[in-house]
Design a protein around this ligand. Structure first.
Ligand code: HXC
Length: 261
């Protein structure tokens, strides 16, 4: 499938690690419908391959993505946006079961910021610039930004950012808890994301899948329900071979050889 992509680049730079590079540099990686369709297809392909244990999504030094494609959107009307459920397929990314890390350099605006917030771990470089400028275009965030930004950094800051359309920096994203880490250079950011992806890919796939699922569930549940869900998933992992392998290896001071079973 790799050969057929037009708006993204695909590689496997480390053992068990897939990389997807958004590649519409002339449009600052504006997230057109064809690009998002390819992104979803590539993520599905990595998930289905069983080779990839984690995926890194990145852009280039100038832009992770400067938003949904404004030129594509400008002539939509309500009937076509609602009738065709415009951008519904953006949520497919959140259905992928393997961990996804974003390595954000440059602009991550509007839908670009929303895409970055949809992934599991957000890393950024020193010049990353985040924002939800939709208000300046007469619209509002449409791919989860109002919800995920508010969850991540709280109502006061999210409201200010969304109502003013003002950008925020890499350092602010990290301080406010949106970004897990800021790196010193754009290259270090991508390498750091690949390192983390490689670490994740080195673990038993069932435990990784379960861990991602229980953390994500924390956004959906109240605390006691969430803790109970976590406990049940934890208990269920004692039915796997990888649990025996992991704990036996520890007791015997050996390196575990994961089976994914
Ligand atoms: C389509 C875009 C684009 C976008 C940039 N371009 N952003 N095309 N959609 N979101 C195009 C420009 O039109 C231009 O094309 C080329 O990329 C280079 O951009 P410039 O503006 O010349 O670059 P620069 O002067 O460096 O300014 C960078 C920028 C600016 C500040 C990031 O491009 C900008 O403000 N972009 C729009 C940001 C934005 O509003 N994003 C939110 C979109 S709404 P040409 O052909 O002239 O070379 C959104 C809704 C999400 O995302 C909700 C649902 C998903």
């Amino acid at each position: 499938a790799e050969a057929s992509y037009e708006h993204i680049l695909i590689s496997t730079p480390r053992p068990g690690v897939g990389q997807i590079t958004l590649n519409r540099p002339k449009a600052l990686n504006a997230l057109s419908t064809p690009l998002m369709t390819e992104l979803n297809a590539a993520l599905r392909a990595f998930e289905a391959s069983k080779e990839a244990g984690a995926v890194v999504i990145t852009g280039n030094e100038k832009a992770f993505a400067a938003g949904a494609d404004i030129k594509e959107m400008k002539d939509l009307n309500f009937a076509s946006a609602f009738g065709n459920d415009f951008i519904k397929n953006w949520s497919e990314l959140t259905q992928i079961s393997i961990p996804i890390i974003a390595a954000v350099n440059g602009y991550a605006l509007g839908g670009g910021c929303e895409l970055a917030m949809m992934v599991d771990i957000l890393y950024c470089g020193p010049k990353a610039t985040f924002g939800q400028p939709e208000i300046k275009l007469g619209v509002i965030p449409g791919a989860g930004g109002s919800q995920r930004l508010t969850w991540a950094i709280g109502k006061a800051k999210a409201m200010e950012i969304i109502l003013t359309g003002k950008n925020f920096s890499a350092e602010e994203a990290e301080r406010w808890g949106l970004a897990a880490r800021v790196f010193e250079t754009p290259e270090a950011c991508v390498e750091g994301a690949l390192d983390t992806a490689e670490t994740i890919a080195s673990y038993g796939r069932l435990a990784v899948k379960a861990a991602k699922e229980v953390v994500n569930q924390s956004m959906e549940n109240g605390l006691s329900e969430g803790v109970k869900f976590e406990r049940r998933v934890f208990q269920s992992l004692f039915a796997t071979r990888d649990q025996k392998i992991g704990m036996t290896a520890f007791a015997e001071k050996k390196k575990p050889q994961w089976t994914g079973e």
